[in-house]
Design a protein around this ligand. Structure first.
Ligand code: C2E
Ligand code: MG
Ligand code: MG
Length: 827
């Protein structure tokens, strides 16, 4: 047979290479997705890749055939053409399927490469066999063509599946490179295969080749094939683009998640359904000291056992493998690596994927500081900042709980309300900061006494400060009976009585304690406190410094007190206050040398009330300022009137209460009263008590200002105030008033006589006047006169009288005698 030699159309050769490369690119690109997907999507991608690649190879092959121009007419067998296409598609499909499997890398590559090589070569030689002319092959070149196909197939697969990193920035270079190499494999194989072929001249077309294709038709088919290949490529590219974008989004989401997970201020532990740790963030390591390596893939229960975690709820440990799809929250405590106890707030958040609970994120927040702050706020809300003792709110809580507990066990307990007598005086005279120091000392003494009284802790005492100088104790315990409570009350009274060293001086106060027993004196918080209060007021009323249990009778007294307060508020405006005057007498000649103004209240229902009944109430409620100012004014007015109408030119003494004495505008008030009434200052004497002068510096300043006005100062109730005598010489005091308590028993008591005698001589030495109060009998008068007491005041001469009676009893004889400042006799 005669050989036929063909020539190549170079453009078509180049075109065939591009078709091959383009198809390979598209196929590999699509197939690249195979390794990233699974399930149905994977089959779909394999099919697309196979069709695209099979058609691409096939198109290239036949363009290459057309590029080879033979001098004779050549047609093609349809069956074989179809078979070659199918071979190309199937081989490509199987190769891609294997190459995309996520198994052993080398064997996969070998197998996939073999299949691809087989596909390409078989497609080529079946396609050659479709030609209507006889062909013989040079075996050497055939083998070479197979080797080229194999080599290039391996290179392309390796590039595509093993070397390629989809996340790399040069991804597209690998893709194009793979396509070009793959194109080279196919075209190289094809043209080598062509070089191996010898075409022979035939005379006639065999019958069996009746289903033949003409080159033109084939050209259309190739064009269609190429079109489909490129179409699939474009489609693949389009899909791929979308996938890339999706991948990008997934990667971005992953990075967002990563940033949140690893930079979160809370510790995060991720566990699967079985409680195996799958991830932790850095905070976990900071808190527990465990590195990620040490905990990953270990059961969380094991780790929890190793670190000291104490959960508020027992089932917390297993919270993550609960089928519960709800979030759960727990509180826990744990020691960190520095051995500090942390408060943790734990949230277990289930991770649900496609309706399946696959695990949980456990968010662990360190709330130690917040808890601490909350505890501080709660502590502040329930405690007194000055003494650190529970406050009224806390006491209410304790009381309510105690009542609840004792109700069930039928136990007794006591509520003790304590008030410091004379605290106001300390506060007023020494100032608030010293008052605070004093209160701290008081609370310290009570705490110590409580501690010392109950060493066996058979009783439990809660001490609270209710404000000011008021303390409350709740005494509970099996032995909290009256006997125990009395014992405690006595010890507290004793402890409070001891001197207080304030501003380098000793000060004395006393305590009044009222006690109510549960359930005898009340079943509720309010009743118990109220009744203990009533008992406490009773102690105060009866001379302070002691304790008393509540009795039903006290209730009505408390009610009376409240009622009295209501009346007192209106007393001044209703003109119910009256001043009585008690004459002060010179013993030498029984001459009236002065009067003391003593206030009385003409109560609309109760009649005339003595100051003891309402002055303490006025002091407590602050009404004392108005009442005191009225008294000064009224005394001055009355005195001026007497002077003007021919009465004796004697002075009037007005009592000041502690609060009044420390009132900032006292001097102004006194001055105004003098100016308004026109009374000369020398006719006004102000009576103060020793206790008002606790702070020497403050009292000296006030006294000096008053003295500067020309007003005189008497020291009332002298001898009862525990005060140091050394201050006497520093103060501008004109007169000492010996307290009635020394006079009452003076006829029997030698010690009282001695005290009185001492006071008198001391006053004379200090160049002060001295007057004795409360003289009721001739015997008392005689002893005082023997001791050189020159001035006296007492019922023996006269009770305090209304102004008119003073006029009648003391002024009338004077007028009859027609002279002023004369001698009066007692009535
Ligand atoms: P005080 O200043 O020591 O007044 C003397 C008190 O002794 C007066 O009682 C007077 O009636 C009473 N008294 C006088 N002589 C005798 C006596 O021979 N025997 C007895 N048993 N008592 C005698 P009063 O008027 O009830 O006053 C009591 C206290 O009330 C006063 O004691 C004074 O501290 C205070 N007070 C009276 N008036 C005022 C006032 O206007 N302002 C203030 N802040 N206190 C006043
Ligand atoms: Mg007085
Ligand atoms: Mg007095």
């Amino acid at each position: 047979m005669e050989h036929i030699h063909g020539t190549y159309n170079l453009q078509l050769v180049i075109l065939s290479y591009f078709i091959a490369s383009l198809a390979s690119y598209a196929a590999l690109d699509l197939a690249g997705r195979v390794s990233l997907t699974s399930g149905r999507a994977r089959h779909w991608w394999v099919a697309c890749g196979a069709i695209s690649m099979g058609l691409g190879i096939w198109s290239m092959h036949f363009v290459g055939m057309i590029a080879f121009v033979l001098p004779i007419h050549v047609s093609y067998s349809v069956d074989k053409v179809i078979l070659s296409v199918l071979l190309a598609i199937i081989a490509s499909g199987v190769a891609l399927e294997f190459a995309g499997r996520p198994s052993n890398r080398i064997s996969k590559l070998v197998f996939a490469g073999l299949l691809l090589t087989a596909g390409i070569t078989s497609m080529h030689y079946v396609g050659m066999a479709a030609m209507s002319i006889p062909i013989t092959y040079k075996p050497g070149l055939v083998v070479l063509s197979v080797l080229i196909a194999a080599l290039a197939s391996y290179a392309a697969l390796w590039l595509m599946f093993f070397f390629n990193r989809p996340e790399s920035r040069h991804h597209w270079v690998y893709k194009i490179g793979s396509g070009l190499i793959m194109g080279l494999a196919i075209t190289g194989m094809h043209y080598t295969g062509m070089a191996a072929a010898h075409f022979h001249q035939v005379q006639a077309i065999p019958e069996s080749l009746s289903r033949q294709l003409e080159s033109e038709v084939l050209a259309y088919l190739i064009a269609a094939g190429t079109f489909v290949a490129i179409g699939l490529t474009l489609f693949g590219n389009f899909i791929n683009q979308r996938m890339v974008q999706k991948d990008q989004r997934i990667r971005e989401n992953e990075q967002w998640y990563h940033a949140l997970y690893h930079n979160h201020s809370d510790a995060i532990v991720s566990v699967d359904r079985e409680g195996i740790i799958k991830g932790i963030n850095a905070v976990v390591t900071t808190i527990t000291g465990y590195s990620e390596k040490r905990v990953i893939d270990r059961p969380i229960n094991q780790i929890i056992e190793q670190i000291d975690v104490e959960c508020s709820s027992k089932d917390t440990i297993h919270a993550w493998d609960q089928p519960d799809l709800e979030q759960r929250h727990y509180m826990a405590k744990m020691k960190n690596t520095q051995n500090e106890l942390l408060d943790l707030s734990i949230a277990v958040i289930p991770v649900i994927i496609d309706d399946t609970h696959v695990g949980s994120h456990i968010l662990i927040k360190d709330i130690t500081e917040e808890t601490q702050a909350q505890q501080n706020i709660r502590h502040q809300a329930l405690h007194d900042p000055l003494t650190g003792l529970p406050n009224r709110r806390k006491l209410d809580e304790v009381l309510a709980n105690t009542i609840h507990a004792c109700e069930q066990k039928q136990h007794k307990f006591a509520v003790m309300v304590m008030d410091i007598d004379r605290f106001k005086m300390i506060n007023d005279s020494l100032g608030h900061s010293i008052g605070d120091v004093f209160l701290k000392e008081v609370s310290h003494r009570i705490v110590t006494t409580i501690g010392a009284s109950h060493p066996q802790a058979t009783t439990n005492v809660t001490l609270a400060r209710m404000g000011g100088d008021e303390f409350t104790m709740v005494v509970t315990g099996e032995q909290a009976d009256e006997r125990q409570v009395v014992c405690l009350a006595e010890k507290i009274v004793e402890a409070i009585k001891q001197p207080y060293r304030l501003k380098e001086n000793d000060f004395y106060v006393t305590a009044s304690i009222g006690i109510a027993m549960y359930p005898e004196h009340g079943a509720g918080t309010d009743a118990l406190i109220k009744h203990a209060d009533s008992a406490m007021y009773e102690v105060k009323k009866n001379g302070k410094n002691g304790y008393q249990f509540y009795t039903a009778q006290l209730d009505s007294e408390l009610y009376e007190r409240i009622e009295l307060e209501g009346y007192l508020r209106k007393a001044l405006e209703r003109n119910e206050m009256v001043l009585y005057y008690q004459p002060q007498i010179r013993t030498l000649d029984s001459r009236m040398i002065g009067v003391e103004a003593l206030i009385r209240w003409q109560h609309p229902l109760k009649g005339l009330l003595a100051p003891d009944v309402f002055i303490p109430l006025a002091e407590e409620t602050g009404m004392i300022y108005d009442i005191g100012n009225w008294t000064i004014r009224e005394a001055c007015r009355q005195m001026k009137l007497w002077h003007a109408s021919g009465g004796p030119l004697i002075p009037v003494s007005v009592n000041l209460s502690s609060q009044q004495f420390h009132q900032s505008n006292l001097v102004e008030q006194v001055q105004n009263a003098l100016i308004e009434t026109g009374l000369e200052a020398k006719y006004l004497e102000l009576e103060i008590t020793e206790s008002m002068m606790m702070d020497a510096a403050v009292s000296t300043a006030i006294l000096n200002e008053l003295s500067a006005l020309g007003v005189k100062i008497s020291l009332d109730d002298f001898g009862t105030g525990y005060s140091s005598l050394s201050y006497l010489k520093h103060f501008p005091i004109h007169k000492l008033k010996i307290d009635r308590s020394f006079v009452t028993d003076i006829t029997e008591s030698h010690s009282d006589q001695a005290i009185v005698a001492t006071i008198i001589s001391m006053a004379q030495n200090l160049k002060m006047e001295v007057i004795a109060e409360g003289i009721e009998t001739k015997g008392q008068l005689d002893i005082l006169m023997q001791n050189d007491c020159r001035e006296i005041q007492g019922y023996y001469f006269s009770r305090p009288l209304p102004a008119s009676e003073v006029e009648n009893n003391f002024f009338v004889p004077l007028r009859l005698l027609g002279e002023r400042n004369t001698v009066f006799h007692s009535v």
